[in-house]
Design a protein around this ligand. Structure first.
Ligand code: ADP
Length: 497
């Protein structure tokens, strides 16, 4: 029997497909870029057909590169950009408008209305999310109110809503299956994360008919066979998860207290909190990590808006160096940041501060400050911001984080990783396989069809590349955090609303 697993990784800027062997080695991969469109200030759209055609192209490409047919694939896993919302006609299979991207702010006014009414506390209690245009529910409502065809199709029982996983499942099954996966459902603002069902009360408030929504499936388990006409041959779609949840699974963070942080443009932290949802007092999101069999695992999630983007700004805006990889040696060329703190609140501050009026600042400059100090303080800022979110996760869950597993482009920077371990007082571990998101989707799919017998087998496949061990006292770490907090205070409420 074939043991090759195909992972589809549908992201905001590209669609990718990767083939993995059962030992988690990559056989081959293909990428296709994907456009975003900005029709108005604050609006972000994609074209549903472009999402599908770019994904389809990469599936065909990897099969050709490996000289395989779909029949040679043991299972297909899907991981995807979350919250982005698509509506289509059940009869024709055609999308009835743009994919409203997760970044799109078009429903900001409606979210303000919900908050003014106090509906946000009900939403938080039932969905674990904050009332923000980011999530799918208000986007679905916008489609029903603004795309003329939508309401008519809904009344005729012909409207399908879905997040990107759902759209890909629909397309991959030739329009036979309208399903979604539970971690994706948990990002819609209309899914009750305790009963694990679409929430009738919220749907009524938003005016969304329940029949328009997909059937919710576990993260690991056969959902359907791929349409044999698409790629010559069949394979089961057997694992699905939203991108951050897939990365948590790909990092084998299977126990409560295990967390991962992705250091990309921003930082995305997510921590396994076990079988019960933990509701945050620090502006974090409560979300479903995955469901395997009947067992639902929950997570707390927080993000940092500007992380690697700060390094890009030093490179392109200030022209302090040519390549991000130079920053490690620059940071290590000085004994410390010389009292400099960089607070990259370029777009305001997220968890735990939530101040949209904050703006970036550099404090502590003296006549001795040179560019290495600023570079070092910037790398430290990425770790400080992550530490604030991790401390919030620990406070909310009432449990210490056991271990932090890391990935993303900036995780290549050893100085950053060591500084993070020092602040955290824990081991920070970088895995050998950095494709944690796609790997997570592959693991979920392979688990469902017996490529791996259980999660223990997957845990054994996860291998560390390097572990960074904390090298400073807790007092020292607290002092650093305290100084950072003073710098953050100076960035807050800078612009006048
Ligand atoms: P994304 O998926 O968000 O586009 P990536 O995971 O590809 O991001 O990471 C790219 C980011 O990491 C960029 O913002 C870049 O500035 C930063 N980066 C890449 N290499 C390094 C490095 N060696 N040190 C610090 N930052 C880095």
């Amino acid at each position: 029997m074939s043991q090759i697993i195909m992972a589809l990784d549908q992201g905001t800027t590209s669609s990718r497909t990767i083939l993995f062997k059962e030992n988690a080695e990559i056989i081959t991969q293909a990428n296709a870029p994907l456009n975003c469109y900005y029709p108005q200030s604050g609006w972000v759209e994609q074209v549903p057909e472009e999402i599908w055609s770019s994904q389809r192209q990469t599936i065909a490409a990897v099969l050709a590169q490996a000289s395989l047919s779909m029949n040679d694939i043991a299972a297909v896993g899907i991981t995807n950009q979350r919250e982005s919302t698509i509506a289509w006609n059940r009869n024709t299979g055609e999308a009835i408008g743009p994919a409203i991207n997760w970044q799109c702010r078009r429903t900001a006014d409606y979210c303000e209305e919900l908050k003014a009414e106090g509906f946000d506390s009900l939403l938080k209690n039932k969905t674990g999310l904050v009332t923000d245009p980011y999530f799918s529910g208000t986007k679905m409502r916008w489609i029903l109110e603004n795309i003329p065809q939508a309401r008519k199709l809904a009344d005729q029982g012909k409207l399908c809503f879905g997040t990107v996983d759902s759209w890909l499942i629909w397309k991959l099954t030739g329009g036979r299956v309208h399903a979604t996966e539970i971690s994706n459902a948990s990002r819609t603002l209309v899914f009750n994360i305790e009963t694990c069902e679409w929430d009738a009360e919220i749907l009524t408030r938003f005016g969304i008919p329940c029949e328009t929504l997909p059937e919710v499936k576990p993260s690991s388990g056969v959902i359907a066979q791929i349409d044999p006409d698409l790629f010559c041959g069949e394979a089961p779609i057997a694992g699905v998860a939203g991108d951050q949840q897939a990365a948590l699974f790909g990092q084998a963070c299977f126990e409560s207290g295990m967390a991962k942080n992705t250091y990309g443009t921003g930082c995305f932290m997510i921590s396994n909190t076990g079988a019960e949802p933990v509701f945050s007092k620090h502006g974090l999101l409560t979300t479903i990590a995955w469901q395997i069999g009947d067992e639902v695992t929950y997570a707390l999630e927080g993000s940092v808006f500007i992380a690697g983007a700060l390094i890009q700004w030093l490179r392109d805006g200030l022209q302090l160096f040519e390549d991000a990889s130079e920053t490690q040696a620059m940071a290590e060329s000085v004994p410390d940041s010389g009292g400099v703190f960089v607070v990259p609140a370029f777009v305001g501050l997220g968890a735990p501060h939530w101040d949209p009026y904050a703006r970036g600042t550099i404090v502590g400059l003296t006549r001795d400050t040179n560019r290495s100090h600023i570079v070092r303080a910037s790398l430290e800022a990425i770790a400080f911001q992550s530490e604030e979110v991790l401390r919030s996760i620990a406070k909310d869950s009432g449990k210490d984080i056991k271990e932090l597993r890391i990935d993303g482009g900036a995780a290549a920077n050893d100085f950053l990783c060591q500084f993070q371990a020092d602040l955290l007082g824990l081991n920070v571990t970088r895995p050998q396989i950095l494709e944690t998101t796609a790997m997570g989707a592959a693991f979920l799919a392979g688990l469902a069809v017996g490529v791996w017998p259980d999660q223990a087998a997957i845990r054994n496949l996860w291998q560390e590349e390097k572990t960074f061990v904390s090298d400073i006292s807790r007092e020292n770490s607290d002092q650093k955090m305290e100084a950072w907090s003073r710098a953050v205070e100076r960035s807050k409420e800078w612009i006048v609303p």
